[in-house]
Every structure is written in C-alpha cells, then in structure tokens.
Design a protein around this ligand. Structure first.
Ligand code: ADP
Length: 626
C-alpha cells in the first residue's frame, strides 16, 4: 500500500495531537460526532432541495460501537459520505489553516491549542494509534478506506461498503501511567461523554448499552441484557425551554460550535413569534478572536430552517458593527432554497436581521446599565469595532452606536459614556473636550491640559488611533460639539485676558512673523497665548487635522502626506515671552536659535520627531555653556 504524506501544516498538528498532554482528551468524541452530524445535515438539506435525492430522513442516525477485544471504537453515520478526492482533501489537510499560524506566534509549549480551536478530526489521534475512515459518497458506487497511524502518512484504497455514509474506526491506545484510554472502550463512559457534549445533536446517537434487568418470571434474579438505545435527547439546545438549560450546557454548546476555548461573556437566547417566527441563540465572546481585527475575519450567524442547517456563516444576519456576535438563528418561515445571492432580497431574513440587531443592542445597553464591569470587559475586546463603525460609512451609524461608546474621563479616572460626560459638565462649559496621545499619563502632562484642570473641566483622554476619527465623525453629541484641547480658538479665556493677548500679538506682529520664517514655515503661525499656565510653549492646530491624526496618517502607506496646520503658541505670562522680545530688539541671530529650541520643545512634548536633532542639540549646548 503506497503511503502519502500529510501536508506540512497538518503534519505539525498531527504531531501535536499524538504527543498531546492535553488533559481533556475526551473532546475527540464530540468532534467526530459533530462531523457525523454535519455530514447528515448536508444530505438532509440535499434531500429537501433536490428531488433526485430520495431518502427516508427518519433513518438518519449516528452509531457508536465498541469492540473491546479489538480495542476499537467506531463512529458511523449515514450522511453524505466522501469520495476518494474528498477523503484526500478533507483528511490530508487541516481545514482551519489559521490554527497553526496562530499557534506559532504563541508559546509552542502551549498545548491548549486543542481546547482552543477544536481541531476536529485530528483530535482522534490523542486517543488512537490508528484511524481508519471508510466512506461512500451518496450517489456513488465506490467506497474507499483512508488509513493512518499518525505522522508518517496515510493511504487510500478502494473497499467495500454497502451503504452511503462514513465509518470512523479508532484503534484505541494502550493505557499509560497518565491516561486510561480504556475508558473509551467502556460503553457507559462513552455514553456519558456523548451526553455531556453532544446531547443536543438532532440525529439519534445509538449505542449498545448493557443493563441489568429482572429475569423473566423471576422476582429477585437479574440478568444482563444489551439494548440498542438512543443516548442523546436530540432536542436542539435552542429549542429547549430556557429554564431547563444550564450555563454549562450553553457554554459547552458555544465551545463546540464556535471554536472558542473561553466561556462567552454573554449568552442571549430568544424566541420570537410573529410575522416571522424564529429562535436565536447568540453569544458575545469574552475576547476578540485572534483574527478579529483582520480582513480574514468572517462575520455571520448559522442559519437553520426548521432545524436544518442551510448556511454556516450568514453575514446578512449581522450588521458590521456587531460582527463579533456568534450564534445561530432557526426559523420555520424560511425557504430552504435560499442562497447567498437571494438572501439579501429575502424579506424574512431582513426582518430577522433587524430584530436581532435590536436585541443585541438592547442587551449591550442593559449590560452597560446594570453590569458595568462586564461591559467594560466587552468594550476592551470590541470597543474598537464600535468606534471604527461610528467613523466608517460616513458616520451613518453614529446615532445607533453613540450611547455604547466609552471614553476615558480624566476627572473620574475611568471610562465613561458621553451621556455621563454631559451630566457632569460644569456651568459655562459648552463643549466636550478631548485630548489625544499615546497614554493617559503622557496626555496628562500636556501643557494644553493645564487650563482645563484649572477650570475643573473634564477632558476625555483618547489613546487609540481610531478615537479622534470617531469623535470627528460624530461631530456632536446631544447638541454639544467636540473640541480638541489642542485646537486653536477654544475661547476659554475671559474677555480681559483675551484682549490682552490679542494686543500682545498685534504689537509683536513683526517679531512673530520673523519667528515663523525662521521655522521655514513648518508652522502656520507663531503667537502668544494665555492658555498655558506654567509651560512655556505648546503646539496647537487649526482646521480638521490634528497632530495625532497626522501621526496616524503618516503611518499609513499612502503617497500623500497630510499635514496638520500647526501653530506654535508661546505662554504670554512666562519669562520667555519677555526674553524673546528683548532678543528681537538686540540680537536677531540669538532669537532664531531660541525660536528653533522652543519649537523643538513643543514638538517633543507632542511626541513628534525632530527633523534636525543635531542642530537643536548644538544650539542647546551653546546656550548652556555660555
Ligand atoms: P471541520 O469539521 O472543522 O471542517 P475536520 O478536520 O473535523 O474539520 O474535518 C475535515 C472535513 O472532513 C470536514 O469539513 C468534512 O468535509 C470532512 N468530514 C469529516 N468527517 C466526516 C464525515 N463523518 N462525513 C463526511 N465528511 C466528513
């Protein structure tokens, strides 16, 4: 028999499975049962949509058979089966290619990968020395056997099989010091594992179970009889009564179906009766999947029509801004012939999507109102998605999302909503102030912040690159506009002060012009300000592009380099103001040096690089050695 090699990635994963020290090895059974159920789903769906497929759907079943002498555990289904090519592609390569990519970035010793991803079929190698897959595709005359003893490859050969479907035969490993593999050859133990993980599977999972029963005609003599029974309750979890479902069941179902090792942050189970009736079981994950913020991430909910899976990731059921939600929808009002193409026009789907969106929003609002800690955890994982969605699509969804946003309040030292900001606004304050920077600590040291602290105004500290784009896209909240503390003309001063600074600027117009020329027009203007308290200088901006935005846009791989229109502001009350005025009169060369240093200072405070660090350091050295 000629051996074929596994694809490189699969081989790695296989090694991992074979040598696994993962303690929860029993999950292999849930993976195989779930594959069997998927295969039946596929054929079930075909039988409902293709007249040529004639089968009695009542016969659908999964059989689990143990042979203690041969040490085999066999899982058989009468689902769609696989052709030779399908055996090759499906079992010779691992489907979820992201799994290993993720794995390598992380600690290679972290064998929890199995628990995290549910790596499907291969997990059987945790408990088996040898795996044989005998399969016959529905409608085909030919059956094949795929066989592998692990990493050294696999073989495929023709074989005999009467009926369509697949049988997976595992030859169970010998017991070791750490693992009692024989448990998987014990009918009752296997039954318990199936009940634990696969109870909701919609097709009967049948097993031969030994029972003690009274001998016929006897009152006290027992005999052991073997009965073929269905071990699962077969009722899909989402169709069960909510009151009868434990958290553990919800969570198990989530792990099983949505490939996440952690428990979900929130489970939403809802049934709607009306124009369009449906059950939905939705989960908000507790952390962002590793590929969530990449374009590889695919949003969507599973779509069932009366218990039959018709689409695995129906993206039309979720708006982009709630793309993190996992789950399923089951409706009896849907046409089975729905396709990705006709989906968008489907009235029922639209209706369901709308309801689901409302439901998710309401659940998030409730969480925000009643379980702040949980909401903050949610926001940590997915807040970026909400903020990004406000800014995306020209602010189309800002009204939907504005009350779900949180920003860091400098005054309260925690994340707050915009409504909370408004509720705590000071008298005379008419804007929502924000400041941008790398960290809260860095922003806190910005010269521009001083006057707000002085006035006891709250300032939102924005540290994520998307933040400022978000507030700009919103423009205003409840009639209050947003203002960057670094933008010009905040008009926070009283009239007397403003007039004084205005006069200073007028009187020293020529000097300020000269300073601007010294800076090669890097700045749009140089002027005196009264916004600073102790600090000598700061940079502010005019127009819609702030310095933080310039930084973000500089980092983007675009040709055009957008620049903020910067203004160098000098504290009118600082001794430096007098100093430069004197220099202007006496020593213009010296003034040029001072100007360069002041500008460099302002840039450094903003976290911006200097174009001429050597020149600046030489000037400073000259000054201090005088
Ligand atoms: P996943 O189920 O997540 O796709 P698996 O490694 O478990 O990954 O299985 C790989 C593929 O093999 C499946 O997608 C399916 O196409 C096929 N497969 C596995 N088990 C069966 C089965 N019992 N019947 C038909 N096809 C199967």
């Amino acid at each position: 028999m000629s051996k074929k090699q596994f694809k490189a990635e699969s081989k790695k994963l296989l090694d991992l499975m074979i040598n696994s020290i993962y303690t929860n090895k029993e999950i292999f059974l849930r993976e195989l049962v779930s594959n069997a159920s998927d295969a039946i789903d596929k054929l079930h769906y075909r039988s409902l949509t293709d007249k040529k497929v004639k089968i009695n759907t009542d016969d659908f079943a999964i059989n689990v058979v143990i042979d203690k002498d041969k040490r085999t555990l066999t899982i058989s289904d009468n689902g769609c089966g696989m052709t030779k090519d399908e055996l090759e592609t499906n079992l010779g390569t691992i489907a979820k290619s992201g799994t290993l990519a993720f794995k390598e970035e992380n600690n290679p010793k972290d064998l929890d990968i199995i628990g995290q991803f549910g790596v499907g079929f291969y997990s059987a190698f945790m408990v088996a020395d040898k795996i044989q897959v005998i399969s016959k595709a529905y409608g085909s005359d030919e059956a094949n056997i795929w066989e592998s003893e692990g990493a050294d490859g696999y073989s495929i050969e023709k074989c005999d099989k009467d009926t369509y479907g697949t049988s997976i035969i595992l030859t169970i490993k010998e017991d070791t010091e750490h693992d009692t593999f024989s448990d998987y050859l014990d009918n009752n133990k296997v039954k318990d594992i199936i009940k634990k993980y696969s109870d909701y599977i919609r097709y009967p999972i049948k097993m031969d179970i030994e029972e003690e029963q009274l001998k016929e005609g006897s009152k006290d003599e027992y005999e052991t009889v073997t009965k073929n029974i269905t071990v699962n309750s077969m009722l899909p979890l989402w169709k069960k009564n909510k009151k009868e479902i434990t958290d553990e069941e919800y969570n198990n179902f989530y792990h099983n179906n949505f490939f996440d090792y952690a428990d979900p942050l929130k489970t939403i189970h809802t049934s709607v009766e009306g124009l369009c009736s449906y059950n939905a079981l939705l989960y908000i994950p507790d952390h962002a999947p590793y590929d969530f913020y990449t374009k590889e991430y695919e949003k969507g909910l599973q779509l069932y029509s009366n218990g039959v899976l018709i689409m695995d990731k129906c993206s039309d059921l979720l708006p982009d801004y709630f793309s993190f939600v996992k789950g399923l929808v089951d409706s009896s009002d849907l046409s089975l012939n729905i396709s990705r193409e006709t989906l968008q026009q489907d009235h029922q789907v639209k209706l369901i999507a709308k309801n689901i969106e409302k439901k998710i929003k309401k659940e998030l609002e409730d969480m925000l109102a009643n379980d702040r800690e949980k909401y903050e955890k949610f926001y940590e994982a997915f807040g970026m998605q909400l903020k990004f969605s406000v800014y995306n699509n020209f602010g189309m969804y800002k009204d939907t999302l504005k009350d779900l946003l949180l920003f860091y309040s400098s005054k309260q030292g925690k994340q707050i909503t915009l409504k909370e900001y408004l509720d705590n606004m000071k008298e005379g304050q008419d804007k929502i102030y924000y400041a941008c920077g790398e960290t809260h600590d860095k922003i806190d040291l910005m010269p521009q912040i001083e006057q707000f602290k002085d006035k006891d105004f709250d300032v939102l500290y924005l540290t994520e690159y998307v933040d400022e784009f978000t507030v700009q896209a919103m423009m205003e909240y409840e009639g209050k506009s947003f203002a960057n503390v670094s933008s010009e003309n905040l008009n926070l001063d009283d009239e007397e002060n403003s007039k004084k600074v205005e006069k200073e600027n007028k009187d020293n117009k020529e000097m300020l012009e000269l300073m601007k020329t010294t800076l090669n027009d890097d700045v749009h203007e140089v002027r005196f300000t009264s916004r600073l308290k102790k600090h000598p200088v700061c940079l502010t901006t005019e127009g819609p592009i702030s310095i933080e935005m310039e930084k973000v846009m500089r980092a983007m791989p675009t040709e055009e380099k957008i620049k903020a229109s910067a203004i160098l502001e000098i504290n009118e009350a600082h001794p430096i103001a007098e100093k430069i005025k004197t220099l202007y009169k006496k020593d213009k060369d010296e003034l040029a040096k001072y100007t360069k240093v002041l500008y460099a200072q302002a840039r450094l405070i903003e976290g911006l690089p200097l174009d001429n660090p050597t020149e600046i350091s030489n000037i400073i050295c000259d000054m201090i050695s005088k």
